[in-house]
Design a protein around this ligand. Structure first.
Ligand code: SAM
Length: 341
């Protein structure tokens, strides 16, 4: 097993069967995390990129079985920020030193592409990178957003298991999710995707497929999060996703896509107060602090007790593990090595 990890560390490939046997074996975890940490250091260095997250609307037309802001959850107090409020949050974040602003929302079609494009163009004047995470749209809408200056787009595939995908996402299709991701790539967005770990009925085989899909798409960013059940969703009685398994999926992703950006996700920190640091030592190189105004932050409750980032504490913890906060926009560092391009 250790030889397979050595092979992945050197050649950045593993077969599905190899991934399945490695994911199912917890005896390899320390060796795996060390290998992912060393590949992270070699390809993307010791800097940690901070992305300022603005959650600008919790309206959503979707009914994902796990998500606290799903349309059918009537217990959520809905909100939408105005353009001026979003720009003010972005200005404040840029003035505080953030070099990337992430705009995230539910699938809220009242934000038309043209209106979002005006917001993106306003934020781009602050000399920051802009990431969008607004769900599924048409090619034409993504094109308008790209032309307005947006640099990146996050859209997790959630799971590549078609049956499971369709069970978890009523009226949605895996094909359309994939179509969106390939459109985003074609339009020149740095494209981020990722999966949820711990969906009921998910198998190790499907997690292996997820990792191979990230490689096939040549994703530029991957966010892996354990499922955290929300009490007002159909998955209220499900188990939490397993943190170790989530870290393993993330570590294999680093081995197979060595030069991409990988966040230490908030869901990992929510499950374990050291989850973020564990992730940063197992392949991650990005943290996404939430800069949404306190007054509305609690309403964007995709799962309960979402962990926050304390800047002073984070920078102290980072220096303890030999890492520093980056002051760059942190685009994907293309490797000059042909075998991993
Ligand atoms: N609507 C956009 C989209 O579909 O990409 C962005 C917002 S969506 C709420 C952001 C992410 O939250 C999803 O990709 C999903 O993986 C994650 N999420 C939602 N509910 C969750 C839960 N209960 N536990 C962990 N992650 C969750």
């Amino acid at each position: 097993m250790n030889e397979l990890i050595e092979k992945a560390k050197e050649f950045h490939t593993l077969t599905k069967d190899e991934l399945v046997s490695l994911l199912a074996n917890d005896g390899i975890n320390d060796v795996l995390f060390q290998a992912a940490d060393s590949v992270r250091r070699e390809f993307v260095g010791d800097e940690v990129h901070l992305r300022a997250l603005i959650e600008f609307s919790n309206y959503c037309r979707c009914n994902c079985l796990y998500c606290g802001i799903r349309a059918e959850n009537n217990l959520v107090e809905r909100y939408r920020l105005e353009k001026a409020e979003i720009l003010e949050l972005a200005q404040h974040a840029a003035a505080s030193g953030y070099k990337t602003i992430v705009l995230q929302s539910g699938e809220d079609f009242s934000f038309k592409a043209d209106y979002l494009a005006e917001i993106v163009a306003g934020i781009k004047k602050l000399d920051v990178a802009v990431t969008l995470s607004i769900g599924e749209r048409s090619y034409e809408e993504y094109k308008i957003l790209k032309e307005s200056g947006a640099d990146r787009f996050l859209l997790r595939i959630e799971t590549t298991d078609k049956g499971l995908y369709e069970k978890m996402h009523p009226k949605a299709s895996l094909e359309n999710r994939k179509r969106c991701l390939y459109d985003l790539k074609e339009l020149g967005f740095e494209t981020g995707t990722g999966c949820l770990v711990g969906l009921p009925g998910q198998t190790v085989e499907s997690l292996a497929d997820d990792i191979l899909f990230f490689k096939e798409l040549d994703a530029d960013m991957i966010g892996i999060g354990p499922l955290i059940p929300h009490p007002h969703t159909p998955l209220r009685d499900s188990e939490c996703g397993n943190l170790m398994l989530s870290l393993k999926v993330m570590a294999f992703t680093r081995l197979l896509l060595p030069d991409i950006n990988i966040p230490a996700t908030t869901a990992m920190e929510t499950l374990n107060p050291e989850g973020r640091i564990m992730a940063l030592q197992a392949g991650a190189n990005v943290v996404m602090p939430n800069v949404t105004a306190e007054g509305v932050r609690g309403k964007y409750e995709i799962y309960p007790n979402k962990a926050a980032v304390n800047y002073a504490e984070l920078s102290k913890k980072l220096s303890q593990i030999g890492r520093t906060i980056s002051h760059k926009k942190g685009f994907r560092g293309r490797s000059c090595r042909k075998d991993i391009r």
